[in-house]
Design a protein around this ligand. Structure first.
Ligand code: ATP
Ligand code: MG
Length: 252
């Protein structure tokens, strides 16, 4: 049984006079990986950032329609955005760790949210680093600057950091684009592991990656959701000609 975690109804997103998304309706499922694909500028990042209200900070941002998480419209005035961003973590193309120790990076959010007990924080650091498949590489180097670690390690530390606040949803914007094939494979395995506990939405430009890691795939073009279906269907027998051309590399 699949459970709808995120329900988007007739969403249009604007930045000043530019329309980034046009009347998008989609349901994203818990414990599934959904890939968002489509050519540059089609609105993938705008969509992700709408799900944790990161666009709110952008100049000229405006939206119509609804974004519901567990049935609650996250754009209602009573929504606490800090809590929302706890629930909806985000991972970017490039690691955005602070130039501080690995430990401080992982302890930061739990401390911010009021956990004071050192032992409890240490447990969170270890648990999330294990979950993110990076514990063995960092356990003897916790006091080292996080930026000393390799790009692949940093990306897994970013994932650990996102997990420290116990989110439900993980949004990943091209999380492996800047990585070598081995590090990419580790991130892909990790995504596969994490979906047991989380709802995962991944933007990727890599068609093979989308096919390997995701249960569902959504193809966007010029701000429109062109097609959304099981990943196997999108890659073997899409309903739409544009989707077929894109996934077979004929355009984009
Ligand atoms: N902060 C902003 N201000 C103005 N326009 C923006 C802003 N963010 C996005 N846009 C515009 O919205 C459209 C969609 O951009 P978006 O970043 O969502 O595309 P994308 O699909 O993620 O592309 P890429 O694959 O290159 O990352 C583009 O036309 C872009 O220029
Ligand atoms: Mg983008």
């Amino acid at each position: 049984m699949k459970e709808v975690k995120i329900k988007i109804n007739n969403l249009s997103v604007y930045f000043n006079y530019i329309q980034a998304l046009n009347d998008v309706s989609i349901e994203l499922y818990a414990n599934r990986v959904t890939s968002i694909i489509g050519p540059s500028g089609c609105g993938k990042t705008s969509l992700l950032r709408t799900i944790n209200r990161m666009n709110d900070l952008m100049h000229g941002f405006r939206l119509t329609g609804e974004v519901l998480i567990d049935g609650v419209n996250i754009y209602e005035p009573e929504i606490d955005v800090v809590n929302l961003r706890k629930l909806v973590g985000m991972i970017f193309q490039k690691s955005n760790l602070f130039p501080k120790s690995v430990y401080e990076n992982l302890a930061f959010a739990p401390m911010l949210h009021g956990i004071k007990d050192k032992k409890e924080i240490e447990e969170i650091v270890e648990r999330t680093a294990i979950q993110a498949g990076v514990w063995n590489e960092i356990k003897d180097r916790l006091n080292e600057n996080a930026l000393n670690f390799s790009a692949g390690q940093q990306q897994r530390i970013c994932i650990a950091r996102a997990l420290t606040v116990e989110p439900d949803i993980l949004l990943m914007d091209e999380p492996a684009t800047a990585l070598d094939p081995v590090s990419t494979a580790r991130i892909e395995e990790l995504i596969f592991e994490l979906k047991r506990k989380y709802t995962i939405v991944v933007v990727t430009h890599n068609m093979q990656q989308a096919a390997r890691i995701s249960d569902y795939t959504a193809f966007f073009y010029l701000g429109h959701l062109v097609e959304y279906d099981k990943t196997t269907r999108i890659f073997t027998n899409p309903a739409n000609k544009q989707t077929e051309d894109y996934v077979t590399g004929r355009f984009g």
